[in-house]
Design a protein around this ligand. Structure first.
Ligand SMILES: [Zn+2]
Length: 413
């Protein structure tokens, strides 16, 4: 399954060399005979090969989170990060490392002082993450670019939709958001915006955002969908987070009901036990007390996703899923399937469309000659059931077999 949209190729010969895909074709006796002397042949009878998964919205609490993501078949990630220099260093290391996905940072994360993502999250060592004027905003983007940033993230959210009746958090001033996005675009950087409320999302789109980092919880109007389509603004729904916040207990129970998740080599026993305690879900209810509002808006979230996809707006799969690193991608695929995506469409969101959202589609996202050999070998057909994406026999990053490692790393929280 090469991810281009073409039907799966049976009896395929998939040839890689030096971390690159050389060819994809039929495994005829002549083709096998024509392989260069010394070629290692790995039989994969009865298996499926798909592109490595690309998660377009992650945070990593720790190196272990990144290791767990790769071990679940995620070979590239957009990492939302506070510190540009630190994120650049991690990105550079990730190109060589065999134990984590390749990291593409969106950094820094701009917000208002005391606002969402200034609740104990670190500052950037060199860039002001909390500019209060348009001029300071432009200077901060220039500094971020100087330090190597290729994408910034903005928070446009008072968080009332999930935190009321707690007081709304300070939200970035419109002139600051506008200046950040305009300067980023001028400098050739992408600008991804966290804006789950419709009014904030519309503001981000009008300002020139390149992607929405989350779904929008209120029904989208036709004009907004048309604007997103016209400018090819990426929609990164993170449906899993809304489902998680709406009813943490039900979400966790649902994920843990899949034997592929709880089997030996799946989630660590202690993690499963902790997630099943009332304290775990109650903690989220305390932190996000407006869960009823989130729950009420789930049908609108699903309908927005369905309508945007039908309209041809690019949907890049992102999870933001701290509780189930890596596994979040297949959970998210299930939710796209429920919103009407075919398995192939869900897979393409998680591969080629995510790659496009990062500007790496010439190198990733499909299995085509010349692209990097990032791929998974599955034991069951993912086009029959998207959940089969969890049945991973082998993971390859840059042409090297990197997993799965059965002694799995525990998620950080
Ligand atoms: Zn996020």
């Amino acid at each position: 399954m090469d991810g281009t949209g073409a039907p799966s190729l049976g009896n395929a010969l998939f040839v890689i060399s030096d971390g690159r895909i050389l060819s994809v074709g039929a495994a005829t006796p002549e083709a096998v005979k024509a392989l260069p002397v010394g070629t290692q042949v790995i039989p994969a009878d009865g298996k499926w090969i798909i592109p490595g998964l690309i998660d377009a919205h992650v945070h990593a609490e720790s190196d272990d989170d990144l290791k767990t993501m790769l071990n679940r078949g995620v070979t590239s990630v957009r990492l939302m990060a506070e510190d540009v220099a630190g994120a650049r260093a991690l990105a550079a290391a990730s190109r060589e490392r065999r134990d984590i996905p390749e990291v593409f940072p969106a950094a820094p994360i701009f917000t208002a002082k005391g606002g969402w993502w200034d609740q104990g999250e670190p500052a950037d060592a060199h860039v002001d993450r909390f500019p209060t004027t348009a001029e300071a905003a432009r200077a901060a983007v220039r500094k971020a670019k100087e330090l190597g940033s290729t994408e910034i993230k903005l928070m446009l959210d008072d968080m009332s939709w999930c935190r009321a009746p707690k007081p709304p958090l300070p939200r970035m001033k419109p002139e600051v958001a506008k200046a950040l996005i305009a300067e980023a675009r001028r400098a050739g950087l992408r600008a991804t915006v966290h804006a789950p409320k419709l009014a904030d999302a519309k503001e981000a789109i009008a300002d020139g955002a390149t992607a929405l980092a989350h779904g929008v919880i209120e029904p989208l109007d036709d004009a907004t969908i048309a604007a997103m389509k016209k400018r090819s603004i990426f929609y990164i729904p993170t449906m899993d987070i809304f489902e998680f916040l709406a009813d943490t207990r039900a979400f966790v129970d649902r994920v843990l009901s899949d034997p592929a998740v709880t089997k030996p080599g799946g989630l660590p026993k202690e993690t499963i036990a902790r997630y099943r305690t009332p304290e775990y879900s109650d903690g989220y209810r305390r932190r996000y007390p407006n869960f009823e509002n989130v729950k009420r808006n789930l049908p609108a979230l699903r309908e927005n996703l369905r309508r945007l996809h039908a309209a041809g707006v690019p949907v890049a799969l992102g999870t933001d899923m701290w509780a189930f690193p890596g596994l979040g991608v297949s959970i998210e695929m299930d939710l796209y399937a429920e919103a009407g995506f075919s398995p192939l469409e869900a897979l393409r969101s998680a591969a080629v469309t995510s790659a496009r959202s990062l500007g790496i589609e010439r190198d990733r996202g499909t299995l085509e000659p010349g692209k990097r050999a990032d791929f998974l070998v599955l034991s069951e057909d993912p086009l029959r059931d998207v959940r089969n994406v969890r049945k991973i026999s082998e993971i390859y990053k840059n042409g090297a077999k990197v997993g799965p490692i059965v002694a799995d790393a525990a998620p950080a929280r």
